[in-house]
Design a protein. Structure first.
Length: 221
């Protein structure tokens, strides 16, 4: 899942970004409302984690513009404001969830995963494709009794395509969805990750899940 983390506290931003990346998320970071809107204009995110008390353009103004522009990305508000009216206002403006500071990091991760499942239509955290099991919580892939060891890049590719079975994604779309904005990733790197993922599946005796549509991209059917 690619998320935008909008938080003006450098300490909290650093802590959350590190923790989310360790849990398999791709994270872009914005420290104020103006920077957040710039990221949103040029990137696609599954979820935006949005603080309300931001310098310059505040979080609710960012949310209002987002919805006015027709952007339906999930938004999870992080705020120290715990009054009922504050929550109601945020949800009425189009937020999908609201988490009050201080909060449990594990709860944040669980809520992000739930929002991602809601978007993909999957209620079960375990995805199964042709006998290959993908545990989206434990980040484990297995075939029968064999656990298939994957690198983080390989795992993210597999989970992303498995969540979106039947849809073709080009090299550029995969780069946009699976890598943060500061990363320099080439089409050759994507092809290399696809190739190594196929080899690991083959070594485990699993079916070749990822198909190539020449001139268009990759998909899991």
């Amino acid at each position: 899942m690619k998320i935008l983390l909008v938080e003006d506290s450098e300490r909290l931003q650093r802590s959350l970004s590190t923790g989310l990346q360790r849990n398999g998320f791709t994270v872009d970071q914005a420290f104020d409302g103006e920077q957040a809107l710039a990221y949103i204009a040029t990137n696609r995110y599954q979820v935006i984690v949005l603080d309300l008390m931001l310098p310059g353009i505040d979080g609710l103004s960012v949310l209002s513009k987002l919805r006015a522009d027709g952007n339906d990305c999930h938004v999870l508000i992080l705020s120290a404001n715990d009054q009922t009216e504050d929550r109601v206002r945020g949800l009425d403006l189009g937020a999908d969830d609201y988490l009050v500071k201080p909060f449990s990091f594990d709860e944040l991760v669980s809520r992000l995963r739930a929002l991602n499942r809601r978007r993909s239509g999957d209620k079960n955290p375990l995805i199964e494709v042709d006998g290959v099991g993908i545990d989206t919580v434990a980040k484990l892939v297995s075939f029968g009794n064999t656990v298939i060891a994957l690198t983080p890049h390989e795992y993210r590719l597999l989970e992303f395509l498995a969540h979106r079975r039947g849809r073709v994604y080009s090299h550029d779309q995969l780069i946009d969805q699976l890598y943060d904005a500061s990363s320099y990733v080439t089409r050759n790197a994507v092809e290399a990750h696809i190739s190594s993922l196929r080899k690991r599946l083959k070594q485990a005796g699993a079916p070749q899940l990822i198909n190539t549509r020449r001139g268009f991209g990759y998909l899991i059917e």
